[in-house]
Design a protein around this ligand. Structure first.
Ligand SMILES: [Fe+2]
Length: 527
């Protein structure tokens, strides 16, 4: 028998392996449609990379999505029909996969766009692990992740994490993520605007496909476009992520069931259901966050030993509708009594009560409140008049007072809270005070935007002049923030991209702040 050339042999064996795996998944099916695409399938199944998230002391969530044709619906259904596909996963305690710590098989189904969410358990706390997925002859890239320290661990080593938000794909390259992927981090927090539903801003360097998504298939394609970015994939493959959302994952400036773009709340809730579904399909989050219709519970506490609790919140799904509406603007710069109304809520009653309970509980050394937008009061109007942005916390002033009461009680109880925020496309550091005379009860850092355009320097200067508790502000650079915390103190560093319009732009430290237990408020180290 004549030997096949090596390339044909490997193609054949790959095809057989793939066939075997798909056939195993399709027991009871009369036959399986399998054609030429199956061959490319075995080479390019993991086009959206791999990710991990929600680290616990004994495990984490692993994510991938099978997408041989990522920008056109994924391409799996054309190959497998509705047959679920077995996805093998392996977790190893070494990079070379000589010591397998856990393994199993997950099922990728068309109902979830052939994404998989594996909740790995039974691992050791506070150490790195490596993971990969296998389908037939195709192996995913290897991801690295990390379990959280044991909850009783008194001697937790310093923790290091990054936080980021706002990554309009057309407005810049993701150099910030290339820089982030090279840092020694325990985890990453994403504060929302992971995708943008709309095209806006100047000097686009690349383009969305299609218009504003309203259907599930369109949201899937938008996530896929963003997730084809190699630097974003690298940051996902390097660390576990904690993710929440803001408005652009669904529609600009939406509040609960109201969107400025969709007059009918029932119609908007159908869009929200599609958007939440696509978010789940593309995020390394556990099954308990899977949407049921237009709702999904994504807030919660993530504990890192005795060192840190991250309180991750949802600032969009349960909000009161915008206050002080005038004319056509959905989130006006305004002032009116309505914005102060006590019944207005930013987090909704249930989440607000949960957050109050968390802040009243015996504290870890540090508490990070991860929430979408600038928490500190910000009078934005020029001149002597006052004007507030109704989509921000200023439109929910009484809810902020209640949150400040919770933060003050937390501090009185020995807690040390740092608020990390996104959304406003600028870097800010703020003293959080209950009123002008009082001392700070917590410190807030807003970590810029990965790419999204910011406000003008003049507007930042005006805000600083009118709001003295805003101790640092810059809007001319894109980037993200790094946080290091140990038993006594730590540091926050703002990292700035030189020029997000250049694919190979450098990224460097722009400002540093120290944080001290028992001494909340902004302490500038270098700026
Ligand atoms: Fe944004």
């Amino acid at each position: 028998m004549t030997a096949l050339p090596l390339s044909s042999r490997s193609l054949l064996s790959r095809r057989r392996l793939l066939f075997g795996s798909l056939a195993a998944a399709s027991l009871g099916q009369p036959f399986l449609r399998l054609h030429a695409q199956a061959l490319s399938l075995s080479r390019e199944l993991f086009t959206l990379g791999v990710a991990s998230g929600a680290p616990r002391p004994d495990g984490f969530v692993l994510w991938t999505r099978l997408a041989p044709d990522p920008l056109q619906g994924g391409g799996m259904s054309e190959v497998t029909g509705d047959v679920p596909v077995d996805v093998r996963w392996e977790v190893a305690s070494d990079e070379g996969f000589r010591r397998i710590a856990a393994q199993g098989t997950a099922s990728a189904t068309a109902a979830l766009a052939h994404s998989v969410h594996v909740e790995v358990q039974g691992l050791l706390p506070g150490r790195p692990y490596w993971y990969r997925f296998i389908v037939g002859g195709a192996r995913s890239p290897v991801g690295r992740t990390r379990t959280a320290p044991a909850e009783t661990d008194e001697a937790t080593p310093p923790l290091r994490f990054a936080f980021a938000s706002c990554q309009q794909y057309e407005q810049g390259f993701f150099a910030a993520y290339r820089d982030m992927a090279a840092q020694p981090l325990d985890f990453v927090v994403h504060l929302g605007d992971y995708i943008y539903e709309s095209s806006w801003g100047a000097r686009h360097v690349r383009h969305h496909q299609g218009g504003i998504p309203t259907q599930l298939a369109e949201f899937r394609n938008r996530y896929a476009l963003y997730k084809t970015d190699p630097h974003l994939q690298a940051a996902h493959a390097a660390f576990p992520w904690l993710v929440t959302w803001d408005d652009h994952e669904v529609a600009n400036d939406y509040t609960d069931d109201v969107s400025p773009r969709t007059a009918d709340p029932a119609k908007f809730l159908a869009i929200r259901a599609a958007a939440y579904q696509a978010w789940y399909e593309h995020m390394p989050v556990p099954e308990r966050m899977r949407p049921r219709g237009a709702g999904a519970t994504i807030y919660g506490r993530h504990r890192f030993g005795r060192m840190l609790d991250v309180l991750l919140t949802d600032g969009r799904q349960y909000r009161s509708h915008h206050a002080c509406l005038t004319g056509r603007s959905a989130s006006p710069l305004a002032d009116c009594a309505e914005r102060l109304a006590p019944e207005r809520s930013f987090f909704g009653a249930t989440q607000e009560a949960w957050l109050a309970r968390e802040l009243a509980a015996p504290p870890s050394r540090w508490t990070v409140l991860a929430q979408p937008t600038l928490l500190a009061e910000a009078d934005r109007k020029r001149g002597a008049e006052h004007g507030y942005w109704m989509d921000g916390w200023d439109g929910y002033a009484a809810a902020r007072t209640r949150l400040f009461d919770g933060l003050a009680a937390h501090r009185a109880n020995g807690g040390n809270a740092i608020v990390v925020s996104g959304d406003v496309h600028a870097f800010w550091a703020a003293d959080l005070r209950r009123d002008d005379q009082a001392s700070a009860i917590a410190t807030e850092f807003v970590g810029g935007a990965i790419t999204s355009e910011g406000p003008s320097a003049a507007s930042v200067a005006n805000m600083r002049a009118k709001n003295p508790h805003l101790r640092y502000g810059r809007s001319d650079k894109r980037g993200y923030a790094l946080v290091t915390l140990d038993a006594r103190g730590g540091a926050v560093e703002f990292r700035a991209v030189d020029d997000e319009k250049q694919a190979d732009s450098g990224v460097a430290a722009m400002a540093r702040f120290s944080v001290e237990r028992g001494a909340p408020g902004v302490h500038v180290s270098s700026a």
